[in-house]
Design a binder for this molecule. Structure first.
Ligand code: SF4
Length: 278
């Protein structure tokens, strides 16, 4: 990073955050919930199974699971041994089987065997925390929700959108910066960026389209050729093209040579107001 640190106002932070959110929409037009599901119940089940497990592994076992247990009542009356065997590849299968059986039972007893569409009801369900509830609200009910997982926490801290470490406080801080209708898609896009570009150990800074607005630019390699090798996912080549620095053109005789792209100066964040998302 170059230049002296500058104090960023709350308004400046909001503008920068929204600029980055718009850039994320361009960078990751394919962002979506990576847990395959058709109904709110399937999404709730898949999200419970995704704890300490990759979405890919969950997606491998859910087709058979959803066929065997299509309703909440099916989970409530499931044979524990059979259910455990089906979900074993996702790890912690005994705890997860217990959560699924209790989830089915609670839905049948308290919610007419349907997954409720309110945050306060969802978080009262076995195995459903605030993160899972926001995933369900945003993707099954169209209610805007911010999903704070490990990728989301890491990236918003790197971007200095928030200095909080508590997921609920992060959710509120980001909710105060970004327009409510954008919350669900923003969550997907930030998570996509965390999985494909801004990795936990070595982020691909030199091949990151957000570099000019990112105060943490330089955490990873800044040379394009080195950084591009760190990009992941099926659109790695497109991501590289989007971030490819403009090639200097040969200046006309007597003309001023092109200036290299300017990187953002590091910013000292101001604290956004802690307005609650809902
Ligand atoms: S510039 Fe580096 S730290 Fe910043 S978002 Fe991009 S990859 Fe992450």
């Amino acid at each position: 990073m170059t230049g002296a640190a500058v104090i960023e106002t709350v308004l400046g932070l909001k503008r920068r955050a929204r600029r980055m959110a718009r850039a994320l929409a361009t960078i990751h037009p394919d962002a979506h919930c990576e847990l395959n599901h058709g109904t709110a119940l399937e999404l709730a089940v898949a999200t419970i199974l995704s704890a300490q497990c990759t979405d890919q592994r969950v997606n491998e076992i859910t087709p058979k699971l959803f066929l065997r247990y299509p309703t909440a009542a099916d989970y409530a009356s499931a044979d524990r041994a059979e259910l455990e065997e089906l979900i074993r590849p996702t790890g912690f299968f005994r705890n997860k089987a217990d959560a699924l059986i209790r989830l089915g039972d609670t839905l049948v007893r308290r919610y007419g065997a349907e997954v409720p569409g309110r945050l306060e009801d969802l978080v009262s369900l076995p195995g459903v925390g605030r993160k899972t509830a926001n995933v369900i609200l945003g993707n099954a009910f169209g209610v805007p929700g911010i999903t704070v997982d490990t990728h989301f926490s890491r990236l918003v801290q790197r971007w200095r959108w928030s200095t909080e470490t508590d997921p609920v406080k992060i959710e509120h801080a980001v909710g105060a910066l970004i327009e409510r209708p954008e919350w669900t898609m923003l969550s997907h896009r930030v998570i996509f960026h965390g999985r494909r570009v801004c990795h936990a150990r070595t982020p691909a800074c030199g091949a990151c389209t957000l570099a000019t607005d990112c105060p943490s630019y330089g955490l990873g390699p800044t040379e394009f050729e080195a950084a591009v090798k760190l990009l992941k996912g099926p659109r790695a080549e497109e991501l590289a093209q989007l971030a490819r620095p403009a090639q200097p053109t040969r200046p006309a005789r007597g003309a001023q040579p092109a200036q290299p792209a300017r990187r953002a100066r590091p910013v000292q964040p101001a604290q956004p107001s802690g307005q609650a998302p809902r």
